[in-house]
Structure formats: C-alpha cells, structure tokens
Design a protein around this ligand. Structure first.
Ligand code: GLC
Length: 444
C-alpha cells in the first residue's frame, strides 16, 4: 500500500484521446517548456547547402562521389552569415526553440571539434566556428537551444558504413575499431554538452546499429549527468523523451503525449536552389494547427545557403507565420490538445485549465461555425487577436434529454483572419463533452 501511495504521488495524468495516460511527474516538469512551446525551427546547414544536393544521402546513395561531395567545403564560406539575423527571424516566426545540425551523417562539424579535422574551422572556406555564435544568439534572445547530432559519421575512417554499397567493416569483425569510433562520437557529445549545455539533443541515424552498439544508455546518462533537465529526442534508440514523426503528420492523435513533427518547408532539408516546391503559408498554418490540436509540436525546417544567407521564400514564410502566431498567441502557447474532431470539424486547443476552448477556423465557414456535443454553456465568444464578441444559438436541445444540442456560432466576414481565424469560447467551467451514441427518449 505504501508503495502504491508513492506511485500515486509521483504520477500526474494527462488526457490523450479521452484516455488518461499517467506520466511521471518529474518527466512532466522537465517536458513542460517543450509542451508549451509548440513551434521550433529546424536548421540544416552544412556542406550540402553549397551545391543544392541532398544532405549526406547524395553521396551515400551514389548520386555523387564522396570526393566530389567534399569539394563543397570550398563553397561553405559563411561570408554572409549573421546569426543575430537568423535568430531574430526565428523569434519573429513565433518559434520558442531552434535545433541546428551540428553534424549531419557525412560527419562535417560546424564547431571546432577536437575530434578530427573535418569541421568548419579546419576544413572549409568559412575557417571559423559557426555553431557557437548561433547558440549565443539564441540564448541572448531567450530561445531554447537544440542541437542535432547524427550518430552515424559516414566519413569517419573508423565508422562501419561508408556508402549504401560499401561497408568498411562490421563491429563483430573489429570491436576495437568500433571502440575508437565510440570514443570519438561520445567525445564530441561531451564537447557539445560542456560547451553549449543544450536544452535539447536531437539525435538522428540510430537505425544503423542497435542500442547496445551505440551504448545509448551510457550516452543518455552522460548527457543527463551534466544537465538533468536536457531533453533527448527518440532517435537515441529507446532512450528518448519524445517521438519524432518526420514529414508525415499524424492523422490520429498519437498515444504518446510527447511528440514533435519535423517537416520541411519545401521538399528538402538543406538549401536546394532547384527546389521551389514550397508549402503555402495557409498550408503551413493548417498543418501547425492540426499538430497543436493533437498535442504536438511542429519543428519546421529551414535551409540557409552556404554563404549563410537565408532564401527569400523561407524568410517570407517565417514572417508570415510570425504575423499569425503573434496575433493568436493566447490560443497557441501553453495550451493543450483540443477536442476530438467529431465535435468540431477542425483543429482546436484548450487552455490548461480547460475552461477556454480555441477553435481554428479555415476560410469563411459560410458565416457559421458548428460545434457538436458541447455540454457546457458558453459565457462568451470572441475573435482571438481582434476582440469582436460573437453570438451563438443552440439548436436541437430538448428539455427531456441530456443531449446538449448543436451550437452555431455566427461569424461575420469582417472579422476573418487572412490565413486562419481563431475563436475563443469561455465555458461555464471545465469542458464537458457529450459522447453518447445519440439522444434517446428519457421522458416526453
Ligand atoms: C532523416 C534524414 C536526414 C534529416 C533528418 C531530419 O533522418 O536522415 O537527412 O536530417 O531526417 O529529420
């Protein structure tokens, strides 16, 4: 009994899809800033930003030789790199954190690592550490710092894989050689943790070896011994704190309440001149609201050029996002997942106390927003970021049934936002939903 009591104290619950999921309290506390943040910016910057080819994969999959891939070091000049400008744009977009590729699968490090020479200082035209000033700029602006780190290093002479068709060796054949690689990669992580003390580590590439081979639990321990509050994404095998669906937005609400969708603005992570296939601002906002409505974060990709400047299209999308997030901040930050889609055919969020429901309304909704099965009375409805009070009407409520009827909110055209309108509904208490099969006669 005593033990059970302890467990109860250590648990708090969060509602996922109508089911209660218990999570340890310390984890909930540690994850809080991340849950509240909603939007992060993912920066892929490295050699691949020069020729406009796929990051690392282009040589791994044989579209270019390794030798030619490496020639991009000449074009990685960083001569127009202004980390302060990146950060102010990131801040303007409404993102609360950024994650930058400190080293992608090809092994090129953005900082002055003492493990090997393959880095921006010693092996590129930039001839300088480009990671440190970015981290400092993020800290200066009060944004959280996320560091992406690829476990595989396909250029490292002691790493197993070189390209898709050529393996240097297997761990079973040469465990000592593997140990040399482990020392280097863990050494680099130690450098990153001591130098930058990131709020979040974004691992990648764990699929190439099992957890024991990476020594994943040891790495987790090393990083958390340095900073117990640091978050780790799921790609350190089973040692992560949150899931990372990539490109594909979850259609149904994920069971794990901790997740982040990483997604490109066009079809490439790094800068590719030829890729003009950008998502529209409306599409990005639509995806962002769907993600928030299901309790997740969006980690939106940008890819600066080799000289450090940002493509115009990306700047404009970040600014457009910023106008919208700034206007609607009360419906975004610090909210929790919204109501199931049967009640409202769109995305929604709730204030933490669950007394304010935020509805994300696309288009003009034909002048009327429909809400089904809401048991609460609505005290007040207003247009977020604009203030106009709206009226509503309850239809189909009969006195002899618990069925709450259908609520119709009238939405005049002049209050519509140009991308996505947001309505706030102040309820008479914590939200209550009617989820029965239908109204049956109780008395008449
Ligand atoms: C993938 C790819 C990589 C990209 C990453 C971003 O795992 O290997 O190229 O950087 O996803 O999520």
């Amino acid at each position: 009994m005593k033990n059970l009591g302890m467990v109860w104290v250590l648990l708090c619950s969060t509602v996922v899809f109508g089911q209660k999921v218990d999570v340890p309290l310390d984890k909930a506390q540690k994850m809080q800033w991340f849950k509240d943040a909603k939007l992060g910016i993912f920066i892929h910057w490295g050699l691949y930003s020069v020729n406009g080819i796929d990051e690392s994969w282009s040589f791994f999959n044989g579209y270019i030789s390794h030798k030619d891939y490496l020639k991009q070091t000449k074009g990685f000049t960083a001569k127009n790199y202004d980390p302060g400008q990146w950060v102010s744009l990131i801040k303007e977009s409404g993102a609360k954190y950024a994650v930058i590729t400190s080293k992608h699968h090809e092994g090129f490090a953005l900082w002055d690592s003492k493990f090997g020479n393959f880095n921006a200082v010693r092996h590129a035209a930039a001839k300088k550490d480009v990671l440190s000033p970015f981290v400092s700029a993020l800290r200066k602006e009060g944004l959280k710092v996320g560091i992406y780190y690829s476990l595989p290093d396909w250029s490292h002479p002691d790493y197993t894989h070189f390209t898709r068709d050529s393996l240097r060796y297997t761990i079973a054949e040469a465990p000592k050689r593997w140990q040399k690689f482990l020392d280097d990669y863990q050494g680099q992580l130690k450098e990153l943790s001591q130098r930058y003390d990131p709020d979040l580590y974004w691992f990648d590439g764990d699929w190439e070896h099992p957890s024991e081979a990476w020594q994943a639990p040891k790495v987790r321990k090393m990083l958390l011994d340095h900073n117990p509050m640091a978050l780790l994404n799921s790609r350190l095998k089973d040692e992560g704190d949150y899931d990372t669906p990539e490109q594909g937005m979850p259609i149904t609400r994920p069971k794990n309440p901790y997740w982040e969708l990483c997604m490109t603005m066009n079809n490439s992570w790094g800068y590719q001149k030829n890729d003009k296939d950008y998502k529209s601002l409306d599409q990005l906002i639509g995806i962002f609201t769907d993600v928030m409505g299901n309790g997740g974060n969006l980690l939106l990709g940008i890819g600066p050029k080799g000289d450090g400047s940002l493509p115009k299209e990306q700047e404009e999308l970040l600014q457009g996002l910023g106008r919208w997030t700034n206007k609607h901040k009360e419906a975004i930050y610090g909210t929790v997942a919204g109501i199931p889609k049967e009640h409202f055919y769109g995305a929604s969020t709730l204030s933490k106390d669950k007394k304010i429901l935020y509805l994300f309304v696309k288009g003009n909704a034909n002048g009327e927003v429909v809400l089904r099965g809401l048991k609460n009375d609505i005290h007040r409805i207003w247009v977020v970021g604009e203030g106009t009070k709206l009226s509503h009407k309850v239809v189909g409520k009969v006195y002899w049934s618990q069925y709450p009827g259908i609520k119709y909110i009238s939405l005049p055209e002049h209050v519509l936002d140009r991308n996505m309108t947001v309505l706030a509904l102040l309820l008479d208490g914590e939200i209550r939903l009617y989820r029965e099969d239908g109204a049956v006669i109780e008395s008449n």
